[in-house]
Design a protein around this ligand. Sequence first.
Ligand code: PGA
Length: 255
Amino acid sequence: MEVIVKETYEEMSRLAAQMVAELVRKKPRCVIGLATGSTPVGTYKELIRMHKEEDLDFSQVVTFNLDEYVGLPPTHDQSYRYFMNDNLFNHINIRKENTYVPDGMARDIPAACALYEERIREHGGVDVQILGIGGNGHIAFNEPGSSLASRTRVKTLDEATRKDNSRFFDSIDQVPKYAVTMGIGTIMEARQVIILANKESKAAAMAAAVEGPITAMCPASVLQMHPTVTAITDKAAGAKLKGDYPAEPHTLVLK
Ligand code: PGA
């Protein structure tokens, strides 16, 4: 795993955006796996800036989001479809029909999950997957204990996750209890992974993910088995790492 510890959130976000932009320029029809949450917002802001100021062209790009709450319609301002439109898609020239987010309102959720996997395959698989990490080590909504081989499915959210995410809702009671999430096996099939973490609250989870044992109790630790992962943190989230990591990548070129 290539680990890069940046000084600030802005620098972390800029590097992640540069890596994605490099892929989009080289492979205009690329498939990008996207994450929601606070962490990638700076990366999305930088991609929007590059689109507006540097003509970064998303017209042929296809995206697949990691997860969606069960029971929230796309019009709900805490749904992840709404988040993606608001934080990225509405500000770049991507075609909305090329943006996939799991359907948390599907009548037959297992069928919708299987279809989601099929769509990813039809598009040739994910070229680069952007990930955040939960304070409990989760990736997407694969909570501790998730099968490291899991596929897209419904997961019950941990109380810790519901508490973390209650900041976006009026109260914890309004945070959905279930989500549809890509599985860990699904995420591991991406050709390249960029995992981002900022703030001190992520330091322990990042240390466990990067330097700890591979265990389902820290789902992000499975990334140690992936051949092309770049972990980028700010100084606070990198504070518990024992290794001596550089502030610059060896290369910006995506495989
Ligand atoms: P955050 O969430 O980016 O809002 O911190 C990350 C996650 O829980 O995966």
